[in-house]
Design a protein around this ligand. Structure first.
Ligand SMILES: C[C@H](N)C(=O)N[C@@H](CCCCN)C(=O)O
Length: 426
């Protein structure tokens, strides 16, 4: 029963399988994830799900655009999110873990495609205006959601537990069902967005696809070298942030002797900082331009934060605040760069690819990080994350060089961008 409850809490707080428990590898017994047979099976299933997910994603995202129904695409993705959440909650209620996994799969197809649509909308409406700020605002909203989730769901679970009179899978399922109300709000926003977009198309006479340009998966072969470098920076950076936060609670209790509550607080600080800071950094990048330099600052700061966490016993709040600031800055400066290196009709494919590669990297690295933690402990895990951020840093430096050599616009100042815009208008 106690295990059930801990599993439920881990799921609610977004931790990977039982990540809230004492690190098993460190304390002795190897967990099931280290069983090679089971691990290979898990990896295979995961890869298959990724490919299947991507294939479905490609069909769903490409068809609506081909049919000039981009607003419908957003509504369809939001429906996937709602249905996925209901299946996830039902899996909890009926104690069927496979159903919960399937629910997350459906949710993932909708949620990630929705994020692609969100990025594409943002660029098509705000390119050449306050694009970095808009990405900062999007991130801020997402992080307010993560923070509320981290802090409210545990409380909601206790309330449901009190009213049902017992803890466990049923309580978890009901809590997840109530939490799903936010998905309905998201669907309502998608409906309003689709209406506004259609209205804008009518007013501005800019029906999508009228130029004859449609999104094709084969666009991938036309992606430029700088775009591939942006993808690599994204994957190598994010794998050192999200999986670290996933395992962070145990890290702070084991290495720094924090209580469970203090470890939760420090672990969520990255998201808490990101909520107010992302729009501020977005505005800063808009006012100054020079996206590559900002990305470079963010990656170097993240590297410093991981080095502090790995090799010092300094108060970890310093490193985590740095990580929160650098993560917010990176997201504001990196994602809008895609819009500078691909033509508008390929934006959906480019953002779709970026997110697919990011998710594939996150899925694989989360498993590898868990294995390293179980078999070798925290120092090795931190060294692994440092290696990932270093790869990201190398790619940023390469991007700087390539962009400069090709006379690219990724590192233009705000004034240069304004001048180019004016000359185009003329
Ligand atoms: C959700 C997606 N996979 C992701 O990682 N998003 C970034 C920010 C994307 C910029 C705004 N749409 C994140 O840091 O959460």
């Amino acid at each position: 029963m106690e295990e059930d409850e801990e599993e439920a809490r881990a799921l609610l707080e977004g931790r990977p399988d039982g990540a809230g428990r004492a690190a098993p590898g460190v304390s002795g017994a190897l967990p099931a994830i280290c069983d090679p047979g089971r691990l290979a099976h898990r990896l295979l299933v995961l890869l298959l799900m990724c490919f299947l997910g991507f294939a479905i994603f490609a069909m769903i995202i490409l068809l609506p655009f081909r049919l000039r129904l981009s607003g419908w695409g957003t509504i369809i993705f939001s429906c996937f999110v709602c249905i996925g959440q209901v299946i996830f909650a039902l899996g909890g209620i009926f104690n069927a873990f496979w159903l919960m996994e399937f629910g997350r799969f459906v949710f993932g197809i909708g949620g990630e495609s929705l994020a692609v649509a969100q990025n594409t909308y943002a660029v098509s409406w705000f390119k050449g205006k306050e694009l970095n700020l808009v990405f900062g605002l999007q991130l801020s909203m997402a992080r307010i959601g993560s923070t509320v989730n981290m802090n409210l769901m545990g409380w909601l679970y206790s309330k449901v537990e009190a009213s049902l009179g017992s803890a466990g899978h049923k309580t978890l399922g009901v809590t997840l069902m109530i939490g799903g109300i936010t998905c309905i709000l998201s669907l309502i926003c998608a409906l309003v967005l689709a209406y506004l977009d259609q209205r804008a198309e009518k007013i501005l006479h800019k029906a999508q696809g009228k130029t004859g340009e449609v999104i094709k998966l084969t666009d991938v072969k036309d992606f430029s070298f700088p775009l591939w470098l942006i993808f690599i920076i994204c994957v190598c950076y994010y794998v050192a942030v999200f999986p670290f936060i996933g395992l962070g609670k145990v890290f702070f209790t084991e290495k720094f002797g924090f209580s469970s509550q203090a470890a939760s607080a420090i672990n969520s600080i990255v998201y808490v900082i990101s909520a107010p800071m992302s729009p501020i950094f977005g505005l800063l990048v808009d006012k100054t331009g020079k996206n590559i330099i900002w990305v470079l600052c963010a990656v170097v700061t993240t590297l410093a934060a991981h080095i502090m966490l790995a090799f010092t016993l300094w108060n970890p709040w310093i490193a985590m605040v740095l990580l929160g600031l650098s993560y917010s800055l990176l997201a504001c400066a990196l994602w809008p760069m895609v819009a500078f290196v691909v033509p508008e009709h390929q934006l959906g494919t480019a953002y779709g690819f970026m997110q697919s590669i990011q998710n594939l990297g996150l899925a694989i690295i989360s498993i590898i990080a868990g294995m390293i933690l179980d078999t070798r402990g925290y120092l090795f895990l931190e060294v692994f994350f440092i290696a990932c951020v270093s790869l990201s840093l190398l790619s940023v430096v390469l991007l700087y060089v390539v962009n400069r050599a090709r006379g690219g616009n990724l590192n233009h100042s705000a004034r240069q961008r304004e001048e180019i815009k004016l000359s185009h208008a003329e």
